[in-house]
Write a protein that binds this ligand. Structure first.
Ligand code: NAD
Length: 267
């Protein structure tokens, strides 16, 4: 008997050539989804994700696109449709940091982070919703489509020196809720996952240095830096009918980072 929760489903994961996006693609594949693996420049990374998707017993398809570019996103959805017929699940994951103190921050650093982390989510979600609305709700799945936005604990924890990044993720929080409200009656679910500190390229400089890693652990009540799979497993649940009554929610996958760790033994 096939116990896979996403059999017959097609998922598109942006920024799936590394880190959290790659782990999400693999976890979705383990549940039977066929996965469109988006990458911007790291083709080798995308191929490594594809191998693992196949090892998990599913199929994958690699598409290059810059999610901040309208034409690229449109072509990516066309390519995905040509390959697998439709898209049932969109995971908005591609994100960047370009850190600087406010007075040093160039307009380019500000704009690029907003373009990828927020406008990219808008462009991909708009395409996905158009695709979902082409079909009626079927018996095999309760929702006609699901969108999962990878946000960050910095959608609620302020972050000095990272104003562009925190503003983009704060934007993702209200983007998720507002869109969820707008499309709920159409049977489309929109949720977000906000990771804390997860071991990926984006923060390798911190967790690969033992001293910096110790400092980071002070901010994590659960005393473990997260792995990409921690996020991947939550994404697989949000993509499945097991979470059918969940929409407009942000799940913090952060080992307690948002619990005000400074209050653990005082206050
Ligand atoms: P990562 O750098 O490994 O992954 C980011 C991915 O996005 C890369 O594959 C990159 O190529 C891709 N990307 C960047 N710009 C793109 C574009 N214009 N078009 C398409 N793809 C593009 O880092 P990660 O930690 O896996 O980050 C994934 C997501 O998780 C991001 O949205 C990030 O903000 C979020 N996040 C990460 C952490 C963490 O601790 N690692 C914490 C909170 C949130």
């Amino acid at each position: 008997m096939n116990n896979h929760k996403l059999s017959d489903k097609v998922a598109l994961v942006t920024g799936a050539s590394s880190g959290i996006g790659s782990a999400i693609a693999i976890e979705l594949a383990k549940e039977g989804a066929r996965v469109v693996i988006n990458y911007r420049s790291d083709e080798k990374g995308a191929e490594a994700t594809l191998s693992k998707v196949k090892e998990a017993g599913s199929e994958g398809y690699i598409v290059q696109a810059d999610v901040s570019k309208e034409e690229d996103v449109s072509k990516m959805f066309d390519a995905a449709r040509n390959q697998f017929g439709t898209i049932d699940i969109l995971v908005n994951n591609a994100g960047i940091q370009q850190d600087d103190a406010m007075v040093e921050m160039s307009l380019t650093e500000w704009q690029r982070v907003i373009d990828v982390n927020l406008t990219g989510y808008f462009l991909c979600s708009r395409q996905a919703i158009k695709e979902f609305l082409k079909r009626e709700c079927d018996a095999a799945s309760k929702a006609i489509g699901k969108i999962i936005c990878v946000s960050s604990v910095h959608d609620i924890i302020p972050w000095a020196g990272h104003v562009n990044y925190a503003a983009s993720k704060g934007g993702v929080l209200m983007f998720t809720k507002s869109l969820a409200l707008e499309v709920a009656s159409k049977k489309i679910r929109v949720n977000a996952i906000s990771p804390g500190a997860i071991k990926t390229d984006i923060n390798a400089e911190v967790w690969s240095d033992p001293q910096k890693a110790q400092e980071l652990l002070k901010l994590i009540p659960y005393k473990r830096i997260g792995d990409p799979e921690d996020v991947g497993k939550v994404a697989a649940w949000l993509a499945s009918d097991d979470s059918d009554y969940v929409t407009g929610t942000t799940i913090y996958v952060d080992g307690g980072m948002t619990l005000y760790p400074g209050f653990v033994d005082n206050g």
